[in-house]
Design a binder for this molecule. Sequence first.
Ligand code: NI
Length: 627
Amino acid sequence: MSVHPLTPLSNPEIEAAVSVVKTQAGLDESAWFETITLDEPSKAELVAFSGGSPTPRRAYVCCYEPSSNRTLRGRVDLDGGTLLNWDHVPGAQARIVGDEFAMGDVLVKADPRFAEACALRGITDLDTVLVETWGAGHFGIPEEDGERLAFCHCWVINDAGDNRYGRPIANLHPIVDLRRRVVVRIEDYGVVDLPPDTAAIRPTENLRTDIKPLEIIQRDGPSFEVDGYAVKWQNWNIRVGYNYREGLVLHEIGYEDGGRVRPIMHRASMAEMVVPYGDPSPGNFRRNAFDTGEYGIGGALDSLKLGCDCLGHIHYFDVCSHDWHGVPQVIENAICMHEEDFGLLWKHTDVQTGKMRAVRSRRLVISAIATIGNYVYGFYWYFYQDGTIGVEIKATGIPFPSAIALNETSEYGTIIAPGIESHVHQHAFSFRFDMSVDGPNNSVAEVEFEAMPVGPSNPHGNGIRTVDRTLEREQDAAREMNMASARYWKVFNPNQTNAYGASTAYKLAPGANALPLLDPSAPVAKRGGFMFKHFWATAFAENELYPSGWFPNQDAGTDGLPVWIEQNRSIKNTDVVAWYTLNFHHLPRPEDWPVQPVVYANFHWMPEGFFDQNPSLDVPPNDQVNG
Ligand code: NI
């Protein structure tokens, strides 16, 4: 049987793609591999596959060639062993890959100017220093244009050896040319003493002794079925996917209802994120991280540990990543799937008879965790028995620390430990949902509530109406939340109705959110324009996958959502993509040091008239389930 066309690339497929590019793309020996990942089949190809036609396996490959300072990309036909296309992308800088991080650390430590700057700070053993190469961004500085630059932050690894970010070196920022492999200059804005404390994060003494075992036992196994990457659970049908950039991707999400699977989303992912920091000082204004587009979430996924990251009966999916030579690397247990008890699903007690039914909620959790330098992001997708889909970010790890003199106060952040400040920053995530509510053609509406004025038809002033407005074009659909009108958005199928004549729909129910605190002229605001609207809807286009474009590294903001919607395409009864921006501000607290308790940020998609009644009425009470 042929492999499903949405199955992530295997190690042999990565090797085959590398071999084709090395022999057919005409690159020289300096070239390295930014991305080797599945080139996903088109919707037409998927339809053909479901009709029994074989679908070609293809790889998307992107390379960087330092000798010519070119980023090139194309697609490989894995069955035929040929290059289908191969193009130079003018002006684009490939992502900064893990091997470049390592290279930057070595280059900087070998530079005598850096050793001198460290000596001024009393640091003589450079083996204890961590140098991190961050993308330099785009600030309109002419001599930086077209160069492949990284801006470095430096730390001394703490005495306990368990916190590489425990002792920040303030004001010391090497600039590295990653193409020529040289240190361009060392920016030094003055010596600040190293923080005095060790900031250990894995203490072994004085641990709590009053915590008893809590084990999740599923004596008959889990309630899900897995066939390769296809998952069935409680009427849900989901296909798990992966790529090097976004990490966890979900495909073909549908709900079985009346004997058939009703599609809801064709593809869902966290497509981009950026973390702009609020310290405008010369050493820190560049600090913002597009973790997806500048570095890649998929290559940074953790190998998860049963009993630590995940509790219960877990099904793990391994994924295949690669290094910059194109050598495949399996990340074992990269994607975790399990069931969780989630409290009450619904309950009713008849007061007269005392008869009661309470049904417990079970949810399917599909998740992955990425460690990106100091920070850790968990990406959690929840499927509930009532048709709700939940999306949650869990942010943990070490808040980015900077050293500050012991007698100073923090202007743009908080003192979180002796001699350590951590600056206010924002986390902005852009989720992409290629929608397919009951079929390929959908429309989008904004729903608002309004309190009616007192008048003859509303004499007591309690009247509330909802206004349901179809958003016709892309520019109508770039929207912000509004607490006064409890605004939300829904994607509906204008060609399908429920029992009451309404279009079947899924509603995007926002949770807590924020707006960016950036001047619109700020370079990072231009590169991350998606941040400024909570909701976007676009007409599907195969190339429009990433809301800051394919190549945000050092880009001026030339691609992405704000650019695409200039076309102002119709989003009515067509193939629609919905985008949700989840923003939160983070003013670090002392309680976030030396490692931050998880911060949760989430939102939901809920059926709204998709079903004719509560679809979880058939969930049995727990005493029947547990026997
Ligand atoms: Ni944060």
